[in-house]
Design a protein around this ligand. Structure first.
Ligand code: NAG
Ligand code: NAG
Length: 324
C-alpha cells in the first residue's frame, strides 16, 4: 500500500518540476550552497524534499532517487542509530538501499537494545554505558562517518560527536533530540513521553520498586500501531510489534557536555517528521530552535518511523547529505 502511495506521490510531483527548478534557482542565487547535482531532475523517479533553511524562505530540493551520474562519491560510511525500544532492525530497508548505492552502513544496537544484547534496560545507568556500542563503532570505523540519530539516539550521537569529532563528517537528527551542552534527554522529551504514559501508550518500569525512580520505559505494542507506525505498512508494524523492547530510562537524566571546538566543528542537519505522534512536530521545533542546525528538512507525511513510512524520501535525503 505504501508503495502505491509512494508512486502516486512521485507522479503527482513530476509535473511541477520546472517550477521547482525556478525556485531552486532563486534559492541558489541567495546564500545557499546546494550542489548543482541536486538540481538535476531527469529520470523516472523524481522525488521532492521540502527544505526549510533557517534564514531563507522555504526551498524545494529536487533529488534524483534513481541511479544517476552525478551521485556523490560512493565511499561514504553511514552509522544509523535507533531510538527507544528499537534496534538495528529499524534500518533494514534504508541499510539495504544505501548498501545497494555503494555506501558502507553500520547499525549498532545501543546497550540493552536489539536481539543480541544480554543486558536488560534496567541495568543501564549512564549515558556512556548506553552509548558504548555506538562509541566503539565510530572509533573503529576505518573512515569518517555520517551519523544518523533517531529520537533519543540524538544524545548518544552527540556524545560521539564530542568524543570523536575527527571521525564524524556530518550528523543528521531524524525526529531526534539535539541537546545543547549540559542538558539531558528528559529536558526535551519528558513532556511528550509523559503524555504517552498518561494515554497508556507507554509504561514505566520500576525495577527497584515504585518508591524509587523509573528504571526503564516500555512501549505498548498495540498502541504503537497508531502512535509510532501510523503511516507505515502493516507488515512493518507487525515485525516492529514483535521486536519492541524496553528502553533504559536513568540515562535520560545524564547530561552531555560539549565544546565548540569538538562538537561544534561538525555540520548538523535536522529531518522533521510531519505526522509524528511520538515526538510531535511542535516538540521538534523547540529542539531545533534551541540548537539551530545548518539545515532543516521536512518529511511532511512521515510518522515517527520514517524508515518505514517514507523509506524512499528518507533514503534520497540521506544519500544526498554528503553533497550539502
Ligand atoms: C553477556 O554477554 C557477555 C558478552 O557477550 C558475556 O561476557 C557475559 O557473560 C554474558 N552475561 C550473561 C549473564 O549471560
Ligand atoms: C495498550 O494499548 C491498547 C490500545 O491503545 C489499550 O487498549 C491497552 O489498554 C493498553 N495496555 C495497557 C496495559 O495499558
Amino acid at each position: 500500500m505504501s508503495d502505491v502511495q509512494g508512486w502516486g506521490k512521485v507522479r503527482e510531483h513530476r509535473h511541477v518540476e520546472h517550477k521547482v527548478d525556478q525556485r531552486e534557482q532563486e534559492a541558489l542565487s541567495g546564500k545557499k550552497k546546494i550542489k548543482k547535482e541536486m538540481m538535476i531532475a531527469s529520470s523516472i523517479a523524481t522525488v521532492l524534499l521540502l527544505s526549510v533553511s533557517l534564514f531563507a524562505l522555504p526551498i524545494i530540493i529536487v533529488a534524483d532517487s534513481d541511479q544517476d551520474q552525478t551521485a556523490p562519491a560512493r565511499s561514504k560510511t553511514y552509522v544509523l542509530v535507533h531510538g527507544p525500544g528499537s534496534g538495528s532492525w529499524n534500518w533494514y530497508k534504508i541499510k539495504y538501499m544505501l548498501q545497494q548505492a555503494g555506501f558502507t552502513v553500520y547499525t549498532p544496537d545501543l546497550t540493552s537494545h536489539g536481539i543480541m544484547d544480554n543486558r536488560t534496560a534496567d541495568t543501564v545507568f549512564t549515558l556512556v554505558d548506553y552509548a558504548q556500542p555506538l562509541l566503539n563503532c565510530v572509533a573503529s570505523a576505518p573512515e569518517k562517518v555520517i551519523l544518523v540519530a533517531h529520537n533519543t539516539a540524538g544524545t548518544p550521537c552527540t556524545l560521539a560527536m564530542e568524543t570523536y569529532p575527527e571521525k564524524i563528517e556530518k550528523a543528521v537528527f531524524l525526529s531526534a533530540v539535539m541537546p545543547i551542552s549540559g542538558t539531558v534527554i528528559n529536558d526535551y522529551l519528558k513532556a511528550p513521553f509523559q503524555q504517552l504514559v498518561d494515554e497508556n501508550a507507554m509504561h514505566q518500569i520500576f525495577a527497584q520498586g515504585t518508591f524509587y525512580e523509573t528504571t526503564s520505559i516500555q512501549m505498548n505494542a498495540t498502541a504503537m500501531r497508531e502512535y509510532y507506525f501510523g503511516q507505515s505498512s502493516l507488515e512493518d508494524y507487525i515485525m516492529a510489534s514483535s521486536l519492541l523492547c524496553a528502553t533504559p530510562y536513568r540515562c535520560f537524566d545524564d547530561p552531555v557536555y560539549l565544546t565548540p571546538e569538538r562538537y561544534g566543528s561538525i555540520d548538523r542537519f535536522y529531518i522533521k517528521t510531519g505526522q509524528d505522534k511520538i515526538v510531535p512536530p511542535v516538540f521538534q521545533d523547540i529542539i531545533i530552535n534551541k540548537n539551530p542546525p545548518k539545515q532543516v528538512f521536512v518529511l511532511k507525511n512521515s510518522d515517527h518511523a520514517s524508515f518505514f513510512s517514507e523509506t524512499d524520501l528518507l533514503f534520497t535525503l540521506l544519500k544526498n547529505i554528503p553533497l550539502l
